[in-house]
Design a protein around this ligand. Structure first.
Ligand code: SAH
Length: 259
């Protein structure tokens, strides 16, 4: 039977910079008959796909027109059942937000084995791109990855997160940034807490803003930053490199973070 030879991979394409893809990801991509690509994936990674691979772009960015999740899974099933190997390319890591878990469940429920190939998640890569080590031991005991986009699941318990005193790394947080900042302040987080927002991290168009929590939402608005961006809140944000701040033009980089 062909079924034994067919394969499905859930592949993390990393945050943008093609060189941050893993060897394992590029090797799997080079085998796939069909490549289903999310819109956060840098299209340059398709250089690792076979020239004759069928490439399908299936975006599902919040607030944008998109292919419904059920449709994406149906396409994957259809190809795999027809004996074609499928690489599902997702931005960052496939299991850090972005619904990789749901896709694995759907494939498994259909009796299809899926291999997970990790990627460098934006929540680590974006801070690092401006010199922020998310768990620097002099500043934090850990890091919390949290979504700022709360469809269906309810609001994160911001007060509980503040109480952990850990670095907060917020994905999908830009549209609700004002509300999130208000919730953190209301929960007693200091208005002097250093914050960073990094847009399009590891890509040529990367930009960022640094500010204290009290001025952060304004600084981000003034810099005109939007999605996709990672928000970092915590003392580690004070370690953002001065050089990175100087490089990015047109944003509020040097604004308010005393060093
Ligand atoms: N699986 C992905 C996250 C998907 S959720 C990962 O592991 O990185 C989508 C969110 O990821 C975006 O809203 C944004 O918060 C973040 N993101 C992804 N790529 C990014 C990039 N290059 N720069 C900044 N943020 C990014």
């Amino acid at each position: 039977m062909h079924a034994a030879m067919t394969r499905a991979w859930l592949i993390g394409a990393g945050p943008g910079d093609v060189e941050l893809m893993t060897l394992k990801a590029t090797r799997a991509l080079a085998q796939a008959d069909v490549v289903l690509v999310d819109d956060l994936v840098n299209p340059d990674v398709l250089q690792f796909a076979r020239a004759d691979a069928l490439v399908v772009h299936v975006g599902k960015r919040g607030g944008h027109p998109s292919t419904p999740q059920a449709g994406i899974v149906a396409q994957m099933l259809e190809h795999v059942k027809a004996g074609r190997s499928v690489a599902r390319l997702k931005g960052g890591d496939p299991f850090v937000f972005g619904r990789g878990g749901e896709e694995q469940q759907a494939l498994q429920a259909a009796g299809i084995e899926v291999e997970i190939i990790n990627g460098v998640t934006a929540g680590i890569a974006a801070p690092a791109a401006i010199g922020i080590p998310v768990t620097h031991r002099e500043h934090s005991q850990g890091v919390v990855f949290v979504t700022g986009h709360c469809a269906g699941n309810g609001e994160p318990d911001w007060a509980a997160l503040v109480a952990t005193r850990m670095t907060l790394v917020i994905y999908m947080g830009m549209r609700r940034l004002n509300d999130i900042v208000s919730a953190l302040l209301a929960a007693g987080m200091s208005a002097a807490t250093p914050c960073a927002a990094i847009e399009s991290a590891t890509r040529p168009e990367q930009r960022h803003a640094l500010a204290r929590l009290g001025e952060f939402a304004d600084a981000v608005a003034r810099a005109g930053l939007g999605s996709p961006a990672i928000v970092v809140i915590g003392e580690v944000a004070s370690l953002a490199l001065a050089r990175a701040a100087d490089d990015a033009s047109g944003s509020a980089n040097n604004e308010t973070v005393a060093r």
